[in-house]
Design a protein around this ligand. Structure first.
Ligand code: NAP
Length: 283
């Protein structure tokens, strides 16, 4: 069976559109997300366009600020200061990656924690690991939402996450742990990766290599979540980190690429923006 992130995110967006209309009536304005896009990287431009479209569909006010890739770090930091101080801005998202001459960590840390809709600010990350209220990073949040919506019981399950990045692998492992799964994090130095992944009842793959996970690496009946977004070198089409055609017959549940984790990430970004807005209005 396929877990459709496309369908689930469409339902979430429809619900959020109703919620945003109510909030706009209650507070006199809609939530406002500002996205900062530096440069012209086609992938980044496409992600930012997708986010803007989702905002429009839900009724979230959306501003995209574009700067050339020659912009200085000082100018970016100044812009963030202005957005932090602007009472009409509820969420700030800096599209990554930034050009090499700009220190991403410094830029992320400059965003006010309360406006950090990506959940990347060090204080949000610390709160996640300390189990304190925080803005959850969108992709891991979307993955847990998909698993729950598909009725997957995580408690006591053996979960394996391949990948240990700050934006996907590590936080999704923490969220799985919070759901009482028994979590293994695998990475490029893991010895005998197929032996590790075959143990997984829930396998989350966030590597960034087309069709890296093959059928022999997956146990019968496993739940497989494919986070990867790659171009298939043979067809040029979008594909995940998992060999979908070979694994789908074996898995009990699997997410497709496209139409899986990607749309859920955007839906959770919308949700985070609404949450930041509501917290601000209630302060
Ligand atoms: P990343 O920062 O490059 O991390 C990749 C991870 O994969 C690293 O931890 C790396 O291990 C591990 N890895 C690389 N080669 C491996 C191998 N041969 N065996 C085992 N592990 C290996 O990537 P990311 O930002 O987490 O993104 C991963 C993928 O998800 C990309 O395709 C990205 O485009 C996609 N993504 C999708 C969404 C979405 O919304 N759908 C969101 C974010 C990312 P080491 O730590 O040992 O180097």
């Amino acid at each position: 069976m396929i877990i459709s992130g496309k369908d689930l995110s469409a339902q979430m967006k429809a619900d959020m559109a109703v919620e945003v209309a109510d909030l706009a009536r209650k507070y006199g304005r809609a939530p406002h997300l500002v996205v900062l896009l530096v440069g012209e990287d086609p992938g980044s431009v496409s992600y930012v366009t997708g986010k803007a479209k989702a905002c429009e569909a839900i009724g979230i006010r959306n501003t995209t600020i574009r700067r050339p890739d020659t912009v200085s770090e000082a100018e970016v930091l100044q812009l963030i200061d202005q957005l932090n101080a602007d009472d009409e801005v509820d969420g700030i998202l800096v599209q990554l990656p930034l050009p090499r001459h700009i220190d991403e960590d410094r830029v992320i840390a400059a965003i006010r924690k309360e406006k950090d809709v990506d959940g990347f600010h060090p204080l949000n990350v610390a709160s996640l690991w300390l189990k304190q209220p925080c803005t959850l990073p969108c992709t891991p949040k979307g993955i847990i939402r998909m698993l729950k919506s598909a009725g997957v019981q995580l408690e006591g399950k053996r979960a394996v996450v391949i990948g240990r990045s700050n934006i996907v692998g590590l936080p999704v492992a923490k969220l799985l742990l919070d759901e009482n799964a028994t979590v293994t994090i695998a990475h490029s130095r893991t010895r005998d990766l197929p032996a590790v992944t075959r143990q997984a009842e829930v396998l989350v793959v966030a590597i960034g290599r087309p069709k890296f996970v093959t059928a022999d690496m997956v146990a019968d009946g496993a739940v497989v979540i494919d986070v990867g977004v790659n171009r298939d070198p043979q067809t040029g089409k979008l594909c995940g980190d998992v060999d979908f055609a070979a694994i789908e017959p074996k898995a009990s549940l699997i997410t497709p690429v496209p139409g899986g984790v990607g749309p859920m990430t955007i839906a959770c970004l919308m949700e985070n923006t609404i949450e930041c807005f509501v917290r601000k209005m209630e302060r």
